[in-house]
Write a protein that binds this ligand. Structure first.
Ligand code: GDG
Length: 500
């Protein structure tokens, strides 16, 4: 069973029983679809529209259970607590998180609704995989009600250092929610480390080599004892595995699209439409303040100003797909980016040669791959990013082994994609040097780097990611009699919930 904020479907047309849905073509769906089909899997999530009550239905062989959200819940749980409290807090407080008790109330209520829906359909000993920051309370809710379940959680965004995390008024509740899982997955080693530190600081639990020992009180021990607990120094504990599982993409699918003659022709056409610049640079992001869009524009603008590049020679295409537009920080970012684009274009564009081609639109995947193929330089300058799939998609699409990836060291992808030009996007001079280096890089070096990058992405795709996570989860299956450990039944002293 998968539990995620959004169901992997988009509403196409019709209402109620006549509604037509299309599965959204994300990597997560591609990775999980075969497993879900094979195991009669159920996917639980919000269908994406407020105030809509739908019966469970099937799409592409997957059973979907829609969770309704009212318009107020979308405002308070989703746009509020998820996207205006947790999102900025978990991304290094790039934007200031807002803490509102009524948002927290809504977050708890909606997490409870997701958990109840999962409990209503979970078979005995089912494997439940919960996704992302919107649902961090669900693992504990499931465990408290059903100790037979095997529960996994994957956090798609960073987990912040304790100094930042500790701002959260509900920091203990979130940690406790997550610790309900058997396996907690993070993108980077650093995220798993930050989580373990938060657990130690807030609870003093023992953590060793990715394993966290969660002490059990008497009732919990009674419920869990038979198959899930072990003893540490006479104290019954449950062991939670918290480690990195870096997510990836359906690399074969991107290679396939990149080999499609229509998409290749479209890539050529894009360059022509842009006036055949010598160098085409590309940015593709949701319009989000974590992605460092303004930083890359500042660097690009200064290079134009200093005459190191010209608009005739070098074009920048920035796809900024609309995102979370009802959250103030996003509306403000849009204004800032659009003012910056206008200034740079006003100052440096020439007739027939815009400096920045700014596209505040979403595109089909085929067009994205055509853009990846057309781009000589890909700019990923996130200020903080769990992974960044765009970087991996660019690499997988470059079946010609060419193209340069400029990649922020603050994106999780930089742990794996070491042969990219790694940058600190806050260092505008460093970013400018990397752009100049990318533009001037000899083809031999470009291809040497791209081959190494491709090797990594092609061997570590999203299928491998999901298989690795599920394998860790199945190993946590304490129903296996071999894992049963005899634990002394005794009254456990209340845990010390003292100061941090
Ligand atoms: C979160 C984490 C983590 C974007 N515009 C269009 C479009 N996209 C696609 C990209 C890519 C996806 O959206 C964006 O994924 P990212 O990883 O770059 O970033 P987030 O949306 O912030 O995702 C992130 C990810 O979860 C997975 O765990 O890597 O760190 O923040 O696939 O191609 N796709 C289409 N048209 C667009 O206009 N078709």
């Amino acid at each position: 069973m998968i539990v995620s904020n959004r169901l992997p479907v988009d509403h196409v047309s019709g209402e109620g029983k006549d509604a037509v849905w299309r599965t959204s073509p994300g990597g997560l769906v591609a990775a999980l679809e075969p497993v879900m089909r094979e195991r009669d899997g159920v996917w639980i999530g919000w269908p994406g529209m407020p105030d809509v009550e739908l019966e469970p239905f099937k799409a592409d062989g997957i059973e979907l259970v829609p969770i309704p959200l009212s318009a107020d819940e979308v405002r308070d749980y989703y746009e509020g607590f998820s996207n205006d409290t947790l999102w900025p807090l978990y991304h290094d407080v790039i934007s200031t998180p807002a803490y509102h008790r009524e948002w927290w109330e809504a977050y708890q209520r909606v997490n409870r609704r997701f958990a109840d829906a999962a409990l209503a359909v979970a078979a005995p000993n089912a494997i439940v995989w919960v996704h992302d920051y919107q649902l961090q309370l669900v693992p504990k809710m499931l465990r408290d009600a059903r100790p037979d379940l095997i529960i996994g959680f994957f956090n798609h965004i960073p987990f912040p250092p304790y100094g930042i995390y500790s701002q959260l008024p509900w920091r203990r509740q979130i940690i406790d929610g997550l610790l309900g899982a058997d396996v907690i997955g993070f993108q980077r080693v650093a995220d798993a480390g930050n989580f373990a530190r938060a657990v130690r600081r807030l609870h003093g639990y023992e953590t060793r080599a990715n394993l966290i020992s969660v002490p059990l009180d008497e009732t919990q021990a009674e419920m869990t004892l038979r198959h899930q607990a072990t003893a540490r120094r006479g104290q019954p504990v449950r062991t939670v595995l918290a480690r990195p599982f870096p997510i990836s993409i359906d690399a074969q699918e991107y290679q396939k699209l990149a080999a499609d003659p229509y998409i290749r022709a479209r890539a050529q056409e894009i360059r022509q439409e842009l006036g055949n610049p010598r160098v085409l640079m590309l940015g593709v992001d949701r319009l989000d303040y974590t992605k460092g869009i303004r930083h890359r524009m500042k660097a690009f603008g200064e290079l134009l100003e200093e005459g190191l590049i010209s608009a005739e020679d070098v074009a920048l295409v920035q796809v900024a797909s609309p995102s979370r537009e009802r959250v103030d920080a996003y509306a403000q970012l849009r204004d800032e980016v659009e003012i910056t684009v206008s200034r740079i274009n006003g100052d440096f564009s020439q007739l027939g040669h815009a400096a920045i081609h700014y596209l505040h639109q979403g595109y089909p995947r085929e067009e994205m791959v055509a853009l990846y193929l057309a781009a000589d330089v890909m700019l990923v300058t996130a200020l903080r990013d769990g992974m960044n799939l765009v970087a991996k998609e660019y690499v997988a699409s470059r079946i010609d082994q060419d193209g340069v990836l400029i990649l922020s060291e603050f994106a999780g992808a930089s742990d794996e994609l070491r042969q990219a030009l790694l940058v600190n996007p806050h260092d505008i001079d460093g970013l400018k040097s990397a752009i100049v280096h990318a533009i001037r890089m000899p083809q031999r070096e470009r291809m040497r780097r791209m081959r190494a990058l491709r090797k990594r992405v092609l061997t570590h795709d999203v299928q491998r990611w999901s298989a690795t996570f599920l394998d860790a989860l199945v190993r946590a299956d304490h129903h296996d009699p071999a894992n049963h450990i005899d634990i002394p039944r005794r009254t456990v002293a209340p845990l010390d919930y003292g100061g941090d």
